[in-house]
Design a protein around this ligand. Structure first.
Ligand SMILES: O=c1ccn([C@@H]2O[C@H](COP(=O)(O)OP(=O)(O)O[C@H]3O[C@H](CO)[C@@H](O)[C@H](O)[C@H]3O)[C@@H](O)[C@H]2O)c(=O)[nH]1
Ligand SMILES: [Mn+2]
Length: 719
């Protein structure tokens, strides 16, 4: 009986679970054999005069990779999928109200048209309009964005009724007009009218961008404005509320990037709508399924899931082309998130999640007798809103406006618990990861949900060229490292507060980027050893040879199985490995260096927003599935140098294997560079064959050739 009225259901992914556990057992046993081999052989070598360092290094690499593997078992243990049943929700009048937060920061890197499409798509969510409130945070404090949002309001007044009338499924105007629509005469008439209005809207945004100063201000007053037709008393009941917020910014005053912006929205919205639930969106991630809000409520309103902090939808992208050469899909992430569904729930990922306001205010603070000013700051109105869930009445009078300005001022946070225990956390530039971690540690749960792959809840833009991808990944790397090597490290902070499997998942992600260490070792050491005739691996005649071969096949086969089970093709299997290596050699390496510099105070970690403006030439290459190697040399040189070293060592090593007695039986040593060369064939093409704009720049190739010759020459001929 109870099951039939449940707002949501779940299903164990039994097959996957059985395969995962079985594989964990076998692969784990093989790893144990590898460890046995390494420990015994290193002890034996220690007793001779042979160099021991290469063996220790390769064992170090294997140790780190095994550590990752062990951690990754957390999310494979109990995968479950969830279903929402929005048709069983209470009537609209009984639904809780919802605030939507959209963040933008730079009208040049984040063109207004994209931002406004996100805003409009969220205003058009299938949710009672009087219960929907949209807040746009403009971190650039730019008149371009301010003027654009007013235009967006004008267009939304036509668009929203049209969507409701014809039950439009795709409520992001840009995406809607991109596809062909059919219907009866009346519909087509209205559609043509709206389309014309959208074209005018586009033209006016372009005019604004051309005629307005697009400079991003770091020194300005807070600006908070409810966008409407000028008559504040006359709120249209069919339109959601739209509020523009630019928090105060002053030079030399830390603003804590996106987390700081979201916290200002939390405070300001508390005085206007104070909705118990909040949807957080990046400016480039539009609502693709208007039903997502109702779907999320199916979990939030289910007391069996309590205490539920947030419902995370996957980040899906409309920009990804068929070949997905940069591995922009993050397939492996969503696989893990589903695995986490069977534990305490997924990690927060910055956008596309519906969160309970109360979770962000911190449960402890709400239940204990704490000094509210120390905790939430000195606004009485705000503290009131926290404890009584009340809100002062709309419209904004002058007193309210003043209070909101105070809440959006840059020093409001000082000396309070904001960013530490309240709101989005400031400690790391990956504010999403850290905030989610702390919520789980406080005992909150989360849910991962996707209604269908065919119509994802949200769609965003992902970078379409190598340079942007690697810059973005470097920032994530810094953000994750900041957490991994701090007092909040999941292995220290989390292990006492979360179940072990959940802790393992957090640790896996937090320590994800140290893969640069084993990968650099594996890309250099066997190659050098091959050139020098040092045996790092067992020979074919040894039974342990088969342990290594088994481990290689077993990990490849498991990866392939996961790719195929999720409905992807073989190609994804290769791309994911290629991109994992590329990211490790570049972004993760620099990210780790940056973290070290951050720790010793040489360079502050910062949040450089990802570029969202379209570069036509780059986009064309991407669509053709060709890598754009015109990335910063800092990224390209290590990759090309490593490739050449592998090629050099393979050629010289093979010659050695064939001719010299010393090189006999170095099958694994010579297979490793071969594997690297095959996986990264596109890089070779970029250096040698390609003539187009995206080829590897000549100067990069020359520098890399020089560097690799030094390494190979030194390895082969030094005594
Ligand atoms: O000082 C800042 C910097 C960024 N943003 C906004 O933050 C969002 C995310 O920035 P983006 O450059 O798109 O970063 P991504 O790398 O694409 O973001 C991913 O990674 C971030 C953490 O590193 C998360 O916050 C994001 O939600 C997640 O999508 C955008 O809407 C920005 O406008 C601000 O509001 N203020
Ligand atoms: Mn983004």
């Amino acid at each position: 009986m109870e099951k039939s009225v449940a707002l949501n259901e779940w299903q164990s992914r039994k097959n996957r679970m059985v395969i995962n556990r079985f594989h964990a057992f076998i692969h784990g046993a093989a790893l144990a054999a590898l460890f046995y081999y390494r420990i015994t052989s290193i002890t034996a070598i220690a007793k001779t005069s042979k160099p021991i360092l290469p063996h220790l290094l390769i064992f170090g690499a294997e140790f780190v990779l095994s550590f990752h593997w062990v951690l990754s078992q957390g999310s494979k243990w109990n995968p479950i999928s969830r279903t929402a049943c929005p048709e069983r929700l209470p009537a609209d009048d009984d639904l809780p109200s919802l605030d939507v937060f959209v963040c933008t920061t730079d009208p040049v890197k984040e063109p207004s048209l994209g931002v406004m499409n996100t805003v409009i798509s969220a205003m058009a969510l299938d949710y009672p309009p009087q219960k929907l409130h949209l807040y746009l945070s403009d971190d650039g404090g730019s008149p371009v964005t301010f003027r654009a949002v007013k235009e967006a309001w004008g267009f939304a007044k036509l668009w929203i009724p049209f969507c409701r009338k014809y039950m439009v499924k795709n409520r992001c105007p840009h995406a809607y007009f991109f596809t062909e629509q059919t219907g009866d005469h009346q519909f087509l008439l209205e559609k043509t009218h709206i389309q014309k209005a959208y074209e005018d809207f586009q033209i006016s945004l372009a005019k604004i961008a051309a005629s307005t100063d697009s400079h991003v201000s770091r020194d300005h007053q807070p600006i908070i404005e409810v966008i409407n037709d000028g008559d504040e008393m006359d709120k249209d009941p069919h339109m959601p509320l739209l509020v523009y917020v630019a928090r105060e910014k002053r030079p030399f005053h830390p603003h804590h990037f996106k987390a700081g912006a979201l916290n200002v929205l939390l405070r300001v919205s508390a005085l206007i709508s104070n909705s118990p639930y909040i949807l957080v969106l990046d400016c480039d991630m539009y609502c693709n399924d208007p039903k997502s809000a109702r779907q999320a409520m199916c979990f939030h309103l289910d007391s069996k899931l309590s205490p539920l902090a947030f419902v995370q939808f996957p980040q899906r992208f409309y920009t990804i082309c068929d070949k997905d050469i940069y591995d922009g899909e993050f397939r492996y992430a969503w696989d893990k998130w589903e695995g986490l569904n069977g534990l305490k729930g997924p990690i927060m990922c910055g956008t596309g999640f519906y969160i309970k306001r109360e979770a962000l205010y911190g449960t402890q603070q709400l239940h204990k007798n704490v000094d509210t000013i120390k905790c939430f700051g000195s606004s009485k109105e705000f503290v009131n809103s926290v404890y009584t869930h009340s809100k002062p009445n709309y419209p904004c009078d002058n007193v309210l406006q003043k209070e909101m300005q105070f809440l959006a001022s840059c020093s409001y946070d000082n000396g309070t618990k904001w960013g530490e225990q309240v709101g989005f956390r400031y400690f790391a530039v990956a504010e999403d990861f850290l905030t989610g971690l702390m919520l789980h540690c406080e005992g909150w749960k989360s849910v991962y949900y996707e209604s269908s792959r065919a119509r994802p809840g949200f769609l965003g833009a992902s970078p379409d060229n190598l340079g942007d991808v690697l810059v973005q990944q470097s920032r994530w790397s810094v953000g994750l490292n900041q957490v991994a090597f701090s007092k909040y490290s999941p292995l220290v902070y989390g292990i006492l507060k979360m179940p072990i499997l959940q802790t393992m998942c957090y640790a896996e992600i937090a320590f994800y980027t140290i893969s640069f260490l084993p990968l650099y070792i594996l890309a250099l050491l066997p190659q050098i050893s091959l050139l020098r005739g040092i045996h790092l691996y067992p020979q074919v005649s040894s039974p342990f040879f088969f342990v290594f071969v088994f481990l290689f096949i077993s990990s490849q086969a498991k990866h392939l199985q996961e790719v195929l089970v999720m409905g992807y093709r073989m190609r994804t299997w290769i791309t994911e490995q290629r991109m994992w290596m590329i990211r490790s050699f570049t972004s993760y390496f620099y990210g780790n260096m940056n973290t070290i510099m951050d720790k010793i105070g040489l360079r502050k970690a910062s949040f450089l927003p990802t570029n969202k403006a379209v570069d036509e030439a780059a986009a064309e290459l991407y669509q053709k599935g060709m890598y754009n190697f015109e990335a910063p040399p800092l990224f390209m040189v290590p990759m090309c140098t490593l490739y050449m070293i592998n090629m050099g060592s393979f050629v010289a090593g093979i010659a050695r294997v064939l001719h010299a007695e010393k090189g006999k039986g170095m099958l694994i040593e010579s297979s490793i560079p071969l594997f690297g060369m095959i996986i990264h064939l596109p890089l070779l093409q970029g250096m040698v064959v390609r003539k187009d704009k995206g080829r590897v720049p000549t100067n990069v190739s020359v520098v890399s050739l020089l560097l690799s010759s030094i390494v190979v020459g030194f390895a082969a001929f030094a005594t």
